[in-house]
Design a protein around this ligand. Structure first.
Ligand SMILES: *[C@@H]1O[C@H](CO)[C@@H](O)[C@H](O)[C@H]1NC(C)=O
Length: 204
């Protein structure tokens, strides 16, 4: 059994910018996939620009809201599988809940996305879940998702993270501040950089 001091040193070794409990397990390059929409692409663009190599780069997910991912045989999942063929099935998947104002999304649909993610990843893959980015200084900013849209998606992500039966991790919300948004919803270059840094802080 390791001594208390050895455990303490291990703890120090893991300490970083984010709480160690939230840190990813060490895994290789491009072993983390993601599903989502143009907002996830904004994250992936900034992540790549900041030197991130653990998660996939952008792969054309613009417009792919929740309902694009509820059928496991959809064109969206075919895109995902193409990435998986290139890099190997991912051992981690970030599920981003993206919506249009109509129809929004239900918790059942979110659960379906999680089930599908498991099916398209390695067995025992770690699943992360978030909503769309929130806009702390202009909460109703994103016209595509509707005034309550970003909050609806983050509430769904929190609920999933708290649901032990789903075994998924909610690491917190992505944030876009005034000056980082180009059209009310999407990140400008500064916003992409910021989202990329937020992703690096969680996933390395
Ligand atoms: C929960 O997910 C982890 C990966 O995050 C996996 O290692 C573990 O086996 C899963 N547990 C259950 C009960 O499925």
């Amino acid at each position: 059994m390791p001594s208390v001091s050895a455990l303490f040193l291990l703890g120090l070794g893991l300490a970083g910018a984010v709480p160690s409990a939230m840190k990813r397990q060490t895994t290789g390059e491009y072993t983390m996939g993601f599903i989502g929409c143009s907002m996830s692409e904004n994250v992936a663009q900034g992540y790549v620009a900041n030197g991130g190599k653990h998660m996939w780069g952008p792969y054309g997910t613009g417009g792919l809201v929740v309902q694009s991912w509820t059928s496991t045989n959809s064109a969206s999942w075919a895109l995902f599988d193409k990435q998986a063929a290139k890099y190997g099935k991912p051992v981690e998947v970030w599920v981003q809940i993206c919506i249009f104002q109509n129809p929004g999304a239900t918790y059942d649909e979110v659960k379906q996305l999680i089930a599908n993610a498991r099916q398209h990843a390695t067995p025992e893959a770690k699943i992360w879940i978030t909503g769309q980015p929130i806009y702390p200084d202009n909460p109703s900013s994103c016209f595509l998702a509707g005034p309550q849209g970003p909050t609806l998606t983050t509430d769904l992500a929190k609920k999933a993270g708290a649901d032990a039966a789903l075994n998924v991790t909610y690491p917190g919300d992505f944030k876009l501040m005034k000056g980082e948004v180009q059209d009310g919803c999407h990140a400008n270059t500064a916003g992409q950089r910021s989202l990329g840094k937020q992703a690096l802080a969680i996933w390395g």
